[in-house]
Design a protein around this ligand. Structure first.
Ligand code: SF4
Length: 230
C-alpha cells in the first residue's frame, strides 16, 4: 500500500478544516503556546507526514528530542476517537489515561513557535480558544466547534484505519526507526503505546447540532468515499 493517496486525503481534510477554523474568532496568536505540551496525540498517518517533513528539512535534532521524551511522563491514549464514539453509543465506560500539562513541552516547540507548523497534526489545528488560556488556565471553545472537531478527529482516524494512534513522540520515533514505515505501509506494525485505529462507525453529533452541521458533512462525503476506495 502506498501512503501517498491517504496522505493526500489527509491534506484535503486539513484544508476543509482550515477553511472552517478561519471563520472562528480566537485569542490564539503566534508565540502563544500554552497548548503545546508533551501530551499531543495523533494518528500514524499524521506522523508519517511530520516525519517526511523532518527528514526533508534535515531536522534530525527534533526527532532526537522526541526520542528523549519517551523516557518522560506523557499522555498515552488508551482509546481512539472512533473507539470512544462506539463505546458511548453502546453505553460502555470510556477508558481514561493520565494527562498533565505540567509534564513538559512538545518536542517541536522552538522559541514558543511550532517548528513543524505546516505539518502539525489535527490535534494542534483544532485547538483554539476564545480567551487567552493564561487567564483561565484552560482553552474556551464553543460547543459547535467541539462537535466539528470531533467529526474531523473521526475522519482523520478513518483515513488511517490500518494505522495507529499514540503520543506524538512515540509515533514519530516509531516512523523514524528503520523498517517501521515499510511495516506501517503494509498495515503491519507492532509498537508499545500505539493503539490500533478504527473506522468511523457513528458520528458524534449532539441533536442540537445535527441541522447546522449538515453542509460540513456534505463537504466531507466525497473525501470519505475516496478513503473507502484506498
Ligand atoms: S506540533 Fe507544533 S502546534 Fe502542535 S503542540 Fe507541537 S509545537 Fe505546538
Amino acid at each position: 500500500m502506498s501512503l501517498n493517496p491517504s496522505a493526500s486525503v489527509l491534506d484535503d481534510l486539513y484544508s476543509i478544516y482550515d477553511r472552517f477554523s478561519s471563520g472562528l474568532t480566537t485569542a490564539c496568536v503566534p508565540g502563544c503556546a500554552h497548548c503545546c505540551t508533551i501530551n499531543v496525540a495523533l494518528t500514524t498517518l499524521e506522523g508519517f507526514k511530520i516525519v517526511r517533513g523532518l527528514n526533508e528539512a534535515g531536522r534530525f535534532d527534533l526527532i532526537a528530542k522526541a526520542r528523549r521524551n519517551q523516557s518522560r511522563n506523557r499522555f498515552i491514549p488508551s482509546a481512539t476517537t472512533n473507539q470512544i464514539a462506539m463505546l458511548c453509543i453502546n453505553g460502555e465506560d470510556v477508558p481514561e489515561s493520565e494527562n498533565n500539562p505540567d509534564w513538559g513541552n512538545c518536542p517541536f516547540l522552538e522559541s514558543n513557535l511550532c517548528a513543524i507548523y505546516p505539518d502539525r497534526p489535527f490535534a494542534c489545528r483544532s485547538m483554539s480558544s476564545r480567551k487567552n488560556c493564561s487567564e483561565k488556565g484552560y482553552a474556551e471553545m464553543d460547543d459547535f466547534t467541539v462537535t466539528v472537531n470531533d467529526i474531523f478527529y473521526q475522519c482523520v482516524e478513518h483515513a488511517d484505519q490500518k494505522g495507529g494512534y499514540g503520543n506524538l513522540s512515540d509515533v514519530v520515533v516509531m516512523l523514524t526507526d528503520s523498517g517501521t514505515v515499510d511495516d506501517y505501509s503494509r498495515g503491519e506494525y507492532h509498537q508499545k503505546n500505539i493503539i490500533p485505529n478504527h473506522s468511523a462507525g457513528v458520528w458524534m453529533i449532539p441533536p442540537e447540532h445535527r441541522t447546522r452541521i449538515q453542509p460540513l458533512l456534505e463537504s466531507l462525503r466525497p473525501l470519505m468515499m475516496r478513503i473507502n476506495q484506498i
